[in-house]
Design a protein. Structure first.
Length: 585
């Protein structure tokens, strides 16, 4: 330009030179406008030239089938920048390998096959062309786990009522269109007596194996196994249970593994009920019943109510207007067999390793003459027919064998003497009681298993006492003429007035208590009135100190024997030298 100007101006007069200068200046200023709008390099003081463009991001990685948005930023000579939307269509995009990825006019790249490609952006202005590049890597897709979602509400099934849809609301998704080489499994968890799972004939998603022995359906998925077809298959699975099926609450689990090894699963609860078994609720208002006793009586009045479930919401049921007034009577009615009474804290431990409990369902006592499960209540104490003159939390009558009492707060709030948290009847004691993860406080005796003592004791057996915390009771656990009973993983602490952790009277053989925390406030683990061949395995307990139980005749012996038990075995060695439950109380 400089050379060109000299040649022209050298052959012209001054007026002509002035004319050309004016013409060129006018042309440059008229054509330039705003440099950030037109990107025209003027080289004059009134414009700012665009000097570079930058593709962002400079590097990116996507999976096959995914997209990546690229953008361009321009930089002027004065350091100011302009975004891509100010370029007014002056950008063109290119992928060096369109087999790896393509890119459209807006800068969006799509991954096609694994590999690497260079993405180039070109900005063209009337006076300058600028480019920049970025690197895009495309990888194989990462397999996502399939998602199985089954119906959330339990299937309440009356046994003998024929086939019903098991998963009518099932959904299934996966990132693979074809799930060939994967596996679909449907499994019934629980006692499957009389239960049948039936696979549908269509659609054909693979080879179906229907195991009627274990009630498990397995499908080896083939090329027809799309997510939509699997969902259709699940919604057509049938469930039935004949009149031999057990009354129970179990679950059916669905697991799908896709061809790339991803796995998803879900389950649905199934409550198998009798012909008229009930799944009912009790609440201060808004439930099927407002009284626990009324709900129990309703089940008892059914034909085939065995296995019913009564869910009791939080509330105070100690004054419920019935004749028992907060003492719940579960009679020896066959329709009440295997009844489940679920309190507001059903499944939440109140013993060792306690859970976080919400508001309680509060009763005075349970009088039990059937095989039932009572779980998650607060029990304050009241008279039952086991002992009408003294309060109990649970009065266990003849036919209560097999009952499970767990996760209850059994704290005495009354003032009566000889109150027991759990009391069994004499001479015809129930057997095989399970008392687990409860909290006992304030009782004369937390648990009192009483047989008939004497020259020929009437002994019962088979109880399991596990995971309980018994604090501030006169006696922790008493065992009179009961054998083959196990106490394990309990914490026992008396009220500090010289009372007992364990009391044994003519217990017979097979009694064991192991891995218990017998806190140092307890004075006696008491053995009295020994009879021939009484054996108590008291090994591996914590006695409140690393040196083991105190047994030195000082009057505060933890092993207190009455002199009549020379033929008996009370074995405490070895003992624990550290507390197995240091966080209980």
């Amino acid at each position: 330009m400089k050379k060109y100007s000299q040649e022209i101006f050298g052959r012209t007069s001054r007026p002509l030179r002035l004319f050309f200068l004016l013409f060129l200046s006018s042309t440059l200023f008229i054509g330039c406008g705003d440099s950030r709008d037109d990107f025209v390099v003027t080289g004059t003081g009134s414009g700012t030239p665009l000097v570079s463009v930058d593709v962002q991001p400079a590097t990116a990685t996507i999976q096959v089938g995914s997209t990546q948005q690229f953008t361009v930023e321009g930089t002027f000579s004065n350091g100011q920048t302009a975004s891509a939307n100010q370029f007014n269509g002056q950008i063109t995009w290119q992928s060096s390998s369109e087999a790896v990825a393509t890119i459209d006019e807006n800068g969006e790249a799509t991954g096609l096959t694994p590999g690497e490609t260079t993405i180039t952006a070109t900005v063209v202005t009337p006076v300058v062309t600028l480019t920049d590049t970025a690197t895009l890597t495309v990888t194989d897709p990462v397999n996502q786990d399939p998602t199985v979602t089954l119906d959330e509400t339990p299937l309440n099934y009356d046994r003998g009522s024929g086939q019903t849809d098991l998963f009518p609301g099932a959904t299934f998704t996966d990132d693979q269109d074809n799930l060939a080489s994967g596996t679909l499994t449907i499994t019934y968890n629980g006692d499957n007596t009389g239960v049948d799972l039936t696979a549908p004939n269509t659609p054909d998603i693979g080879t179906v194996t229907d195991d009627d022995v274990d009630d498990e359906i397995t499908v080896a998925l083939n090329q027809n196994a799309t997510p939509a077809n699997i969902q259709t298959f699940l919604r057509a699975v049938q469930f039935s249970a004949d009149n031999t099926a057990m009354f129970s609450s179990n679950s059916v689990e669905v697991t799908v593994t896709d061809g790339e090894g991803g796995t998803g699963s879900d389950s649905r609860d199934v409550n198998i009920q009798g012909e008229n078994a009930q799944n009912i609720t009790v609440a201060p208002s808004g439930g099927d019943f407002t009284s626990i006793q009324a709900a129990v009586d309703s089940v008892a009045n059914q034909n085939g109510g065995e296995g019913s479930i009564i869910e009791v919401m939080a509330g105070d049921y100690t004054s419920d207007g019935t004749s028992n007034d907060g003492v719940i009577n579960i009679s020896n009615d066959p329709d009440l067999a295997q009844l489940q009474l679920r309190g507001a804290n059903f499944g939440v431990s109140a013993g060792i390793n306690p859970g976080t409990r919400s508001d309680e369902a509060i009763v005075n006592a349970f009088e039990v003459d059937n095989e039932v499960i009572i779980d998650g209540f607060q029990v304050n104490g009241g008279p039952t027919s086991v002992n009408n003159t003294n309060d109990q939390g649970f009065g266990m009558l003849d036919e209560s064998s097999g009952t499970i009492i767990r996760n209850n707060v059994i704290d005495y709030t009354g003032a009566g003497g000889n109150a027991r948290g759990v009391l069994t009847i004499t001479s015809a004691d129930p057997t095989d009681l399970t008392i687990s993860f409860n909290h006992f406080q304030g009782w004369t005796g937390a648990i009192f298993f009483q047989g008939t003592t004497g020259a020929v004791p009437v002994r019962t057996s088979g109880h399991m006492v596990e995971g309980n915390v018994a604090v501030m009771n006169t006696v922790g656990f008493s065992n009179d003429a009961v054998e083959s009973t196990t106490y394990t993983d309990n914490v026992v602490m008396s009220n500090g007035a010289g009372e007992e952790a364990f009391g044994f009277l003519q217990a017979g053989t097979g009694v064991a208590f192991n891995n218990n925390d017998i806190a140092d406030m307890v004075v006696n683990a008491y053995v009295a009135n020994g009879v021939m061949n009484m054996t108590i395995d008291a090994e591996n307990n914590w006695w409140g100190q690393a040196s083991g139980p105190i047994n030195d005749g000082s009057g505060d012996d933890q092993i207190n024997r009455d002199g009549n038990d020379s033929d008996n075995v009370f074995d405490t060695d070895p003992f624990l030298t550290t507390d197995p439950f240091p966080n209980q109380p």
